[in-house]
Design a protein around this ligand. Structure first.
Ligand code: SAM
Length: 258
């Protein structure tokens, strides 16, 4: 079998850095690259030759004895530079996440109402008006962090309680709080205008007054007869409240029976 010609660089490299000659010498051979016919050594030499050639063309070559791997190993400056890039990238991702969360909260604010929670003491009033029975289905449209939902579920653990929220930020916080509390409240990341209301017995909403007017036709079409609705602060114009809960120094609650 004829020996395959060696890569041009093998003989072009200076003797000191020529892997072919160095390896043949280390094996006690005194052959030149042209006469080297050791099949077993040739692939190793070819790979080593390629590597040396590549490195020599990229950076100043050092004597082989000094460099087992250092050429492939980043120096301190490189590590610091890479670390800086990594920190920068992490900050960019965090910034992007914050931007998305705030953007979605702003979008929900425009769509229905910005996030303002129902006062803690008024959650009890909502529960008293709705009087959820076991197995009843309740939904809160624009539930924020679902604090009203959790309160009602605590009052009536056997009721099916769902909160619908459009803002990723409030949804995420509410979801986490529900998980940590093991509340059993269901949360949906959805536009209230798209949520099917046909299966619910009771509904609570605290949105902007104009949003009440916009969502009213949907409530009229989808809610089943006999269902109850409570609105916070503002009435649903065009509907006659069965009861208005007024307390001094507190927002009004409007109770409707369909
Ligand atoms: C005034 S806050 C009330 C929060 C909660 N219901 C409470 O009483 O604590 C209104 C909430 O509705 C959400 N929201 C606004 N428009 C919405 C829509 N179209 N669909 C679902 N949620 C919406 C907002 O993100 C905000 O969290």
């Amino acid at each position: 079998m004829n020996p395959r010609p060696l890569a041009p660089h093998a003989s072009a490299l200076p003797l000191r850095y020529n892997p072919t000659l160095l390896m043949s010498r280390s094996r006690g051979l005194t052959v030149s690259p042209d006469t080297l016919t050791f099949n077993s050594v040739r692939p190793v030499l070819a790979v080593a030759g390629e590597a040396v050639h590549l490195l020599a063309s990229r950076r100043r070559l050092e004597p082989p004895c000094k460099r087992a791997t250092p050429a492939l190993w980043p120096d301190n400056e490189q590590i610091i530079r890479n670390f800086g890039i990594l920190v920068h990238m992490v900050w960019q991702v965090i910034f992007l996440i914050i931007l998305i969360l705030l953007g979605s909260a702003a979008y929900a604010g425009i769509q229905g109402a910005p996030w303002v929670p129902t006062w803690k003491r008024d959650m009890k009033r909502v529960g008293e008006l709705l009087r959820l029975a076991p197995e009843e289905k309740f939904v809160e449209l624009g539930c924020g962090n679902a604090r009203v939902c959790r309160h009602l579920k605590q009052e009536q653990p056997q009721a099916d309680v769902t909160g619908v929220e459009l803002s990723l930020l409030q949804y995420g916080v509410g979801w986490l709080q529900n998980r940590l509390a093991g509340s059993g409240v269901k949360m949906k990341l959805e536009n209230a205008f798209k949520h099917d209301l046909s299966g619910y017995d009771a509904l609570y909403l605290f949105l902007m007054p104009e949003t009440y007017q916009k969502i009213r036709p949907k409530l009229e079409t989808e809610l089943k007869p006999g269902s109850r609705v409570v609105s916070y602060v503002w009435p649903i114009l065009g509907w006659e409240a069965t009861r208005v809960d007024e307390r001094e120094g507190a927002p009004k609650l409007y109770y409707y029976e369909r």
